[in-house]
Design a protein around this ligand. Structure first.
Ligand code: ZN
Length: 511
């Protein structure tokens, strides 16, 4: 059986969950659901990144211990994912004992292999970044990100010999052209490696909220260093429940482009240093940029809205969970930057969901209810819709398999379009009850059944609802995909439920 292990970045626990987080997580969830659907042994990991000085500061500011604070803030992410119907298999917190154990085992291996050494670090330090700058990389002595004056610091640090991995990283990119996708991001990472790599400081003594260095307990690991290792914690690396060989290295990290260097340069080098093969694939996605227009009255804030101000629940309250999932997956092809706007989501909702999908289901169930005694007729073996269905099945599958949810949904919606056009041509609403009408309606129902299967990774609840409306038991993912995703499986005679509109139209905001 094929295996599929996919991860999101672990989210920084001080942030409130927003649409940017939702974008990564919904994409990973849909990909995981697709692989479960086709029968792959699937593991989907997400979680929260909970160490570092800023977390300790925020906890103190809220009169809590760091642990109490992260208990509260980590929970906000679980709630956000529950509200978006995210089905992860594991939720990792970097403050869990299992993570400490794996981090210490992993970095002890790197240390034992001679890639970690002690040196004195002197430089300009930003407390907020928890990182050093050189005079050149600073903004005239200020942090380029935070604007605060950098302090001259001298610290005994442990360093990772990243410089030793230049050639090995270049060889990895050479022999694994699909290591980083899309290609533009691969080239970016490659250019960074070719520019020369410097050793990096991986421990701090000025902080205590972190994973202790096992061979030098006055130090804790720099937060980024422990965070990356979460992907191995979740497969039990170095522990009694070790399943690394089951899930690693044939795994996929889905990340935003702002953390490219950590995942595409540091992380593979760290794995090599520990004597482990690097992960096989990093899929990089772009950023969602908020359009110039107001998002909506409730979302609009004085002076415009930032993406980070939009909680996913603001959108799901207005559009429904599956419509938000659909929009995030469909609007932007994974890897590019996308435009996020209230107009955009309203347009997708009304066009793709209300007009195309919702209208198709409503039309067909209404006619079957009134002219076929409410029982779905069986499709023809050889309908003109059959070809459109086969094309949609193949193209949808290919797109999901190459991490292209947007194209997968486009292919699935191709079948919806073909079925609506077929109904226009045949005009069953003008037909009298009888064999011809039964055949047309059976074909349309079969197309709807296939759409429900193909759309289920993106819209699990809506797909299950459609399944029920066309008189089928269970859910679209119950049966083996290879069996169910073929023309002619709809047997007919199911009791058809018209029900409420799937997607009541939403008025565009006019101001
Ligand atoms: Zn800073």
């Amino acid at each position: 059986m094929a295996r599929f292990y996919i991860t999101t970045p672990i989210y920084y626990v001080n942030d409130a969950p927003h649409v940017g987080h939702a974008y990564s997580t919904v994409n990973a969830d849909a990909l995981a659901r697709w692989h479960r659907l086709i029968g792959d042994d699937t593991k989907f990991l997400t979680g929260t990144d909970e160490h570092g000085q800023k977390v300790a500061d925020a906890a103190a500011h809220n009169s809590m211990s760091p642990r109490e604070w992260t208990d509260v803030t980590s929970q906000r992410f679980r709630e956000a994912w529950a509200a978006l119907d995210i089905r992860y298999d594991d939720f990792i917190r970097t403050t869990e004992p299992r993570h400490y154990e794996t981090v210490q085992k992993f970095l002890t291996a790197v240390h034992d292999n001679g890639y970690i050494y002690k040196d004195t670090y002197q430089g300009l330090y930003c407390v907020s970044c928890e990182d050093y700058y050189t005079l050149e990389s600073s903004d005239e002595g200020r942090c380029p990100i935070h604007g605060r004056v950098l302090t001259e610091m001298r610290e005994e640090n442990w360093f990772f010999r990243l410089s030793a991995f230049e050639d090995r990283l270049l060889a990895l990119y050479e022999t694994h052209p699909q290591f980083v996708t899309p290609e533009t991001k691969r080239n970016e990472a490659l250019a960074f490696i070719k520019g020369g790599l410097r050793d990096i400081s991986i421990t701090r003594t000025s902080i205590s909220w972190g994973v202790p260095v096992p061979w030098d307990p006055d130090h804790v690991f720099y937060v980024w260093y422990d965070a990356l290792i979460n992907y191995l914690t979740a497969v039990g690396y170095g522990r009694e429940d070790d399943e690394t060989s089951t899930w690693w290295p044939h795994s996929h990290h889905l990340i935003g482009k702002e953390i490219l260097r950590f995942h595409c340069v540091w992380w593979p080098a760290m794995c090599m240093a520990a004597g482990l093969e690097p992960v096989s694939h990093v899929q990089v996605h772009g950023w969602l940029l908020v359009g110039g227009q107001k998002l909506s009255k409730t979302m609009a804030a004085e002076g415009g809205v930032k993406l980070t101000d939009i909680a996913p629940v603001m959108l799901t309250d207005e559009f429904g969970v599956d419509a938000v999932r659909y929009y995030l997956l469909r609007e932007t092809s994974l890897g590019n930057d996308g435009d996020f706007s209230h107009e955009g989501i309203t347009a997708r909702y009304n066009t793709d969901l209300a007009n195309n999908l919702g209208n198709l289901v409503a039309r067909v169930t209404t006619i079957v209810a009134s002219k076929c005694d409410g029982r779905g007729p069986a499709p023809e073996v050889d309908s003109e819709l059959r070809d459109a269905a086969q094309t949609a099945i193949i193209d949808t599958a290919l797109a999901w398999n190459r991490f292209a949810p947007s194209f997968a949904l486009e292919a699935t919606w191709g079948l919806i379009g073909a079925t609506n056009a077929y109904l226009e041509r045949r005009a069953p609403w003008k037909m009298s009850p009888g064999e011809e009408l039964d055949a047309v309606m059976g074909n349309a129902l079969e197309a709807i059944r296939l759409v429900a299967i193909l759309a289920s990774p993106a819209m699990p609840a809506v797909s299950a609802n459609i399944w029920w409306r066309i008189g089928l038991e269970g859910t679209p993912s119950d049966e083996e995909f290879a069996q169910s995703a073929t023309w002619g499986r709809y047997r007919g005679a199911g009791l058809i439920e018209k029900g409420q509109p799937l997607f009541p139209r939403i008025k565009a905001v006019v101001e």
